[in-house]
Write a protein that binds this ligand. Structure first.
Ligand code: HEC
Length: 135
């Protein structure tokens, strides 16, 4: 290949490259984080479990003081799997966090008799709470 041919080939290549860039579709718009899928039926089950399992014995939903921290605004501070862990087995949280208790000024939360299915319903309920009023 002669020098002039090589230059031609190179510039053709560059041209192709550039045109392929400009014809590529625009970047998709940045997506907002997916909204928490609310399952109203599951959340309703969680609401009654929250009382049946006596979570409300230690946790207020309106900010009033109790044995455990108030769960006002918990949906902003936690996520589905952490909430289910607390309900089902706080030791899972303590292992992950590497400390026990997690919240200063509170004792560790004792393990409750809650199945995974119940814990998921309670998590759904807690996520459905509308901060800051809690209910
Ligand atoms: C005997 C009292 C008691 C009961 C009953 C109880 N908890 Fe707790 N809970 C606590 C305490 C105390 C803490 C704080 C523990 C810590 O900081 O390590 C806590 C922490 C939590 C947290 C974390 C709060 C935060 O702000 O990070 C959640 C969520 C929670 N509990 C949910 C539940 C649910 C759901 C139930 C019912 C299945 C329940 N708790 C039953 C005492 C209780």
């Amino acid at each position: 290949m002669r020098a002039s041919e090589r230059v031609l080939a190179l510039s053709l290549g560059a041209l192709l490259f550039l045109s392929s860039c400009s014809s590529s579709p625009p970047d998709p718009p940045v997506k907002a984080p997916a909204p928490i899928p609310a399952d109203p039926v599951l959340a309703e089950q969680g609401r009654s479990l929250f009382t049946r399992k006596a979570c409300d014995y230690c946790h207020s939903l309106d900010g009033s003081p109790a044995t455990g921290p108030s769960l006002v605004g918990i949906a902003r501070r936690s996520d589905r799997s952490a909430l289910a862990d607390w309900s089902m087995d706080p030791e899972l949280v303590y292992q992950r966090e590497g400390r026990r208790p997690v919240h200063q000024g509170f004792p560790p939360m004792p393990r409750q008799e809650v199945t995974r299915q119940e814990a998921e319903a309670i998590a759904e309920f807690l996520l459905s709470l509308n901060p800051p009023s809690g209910r």
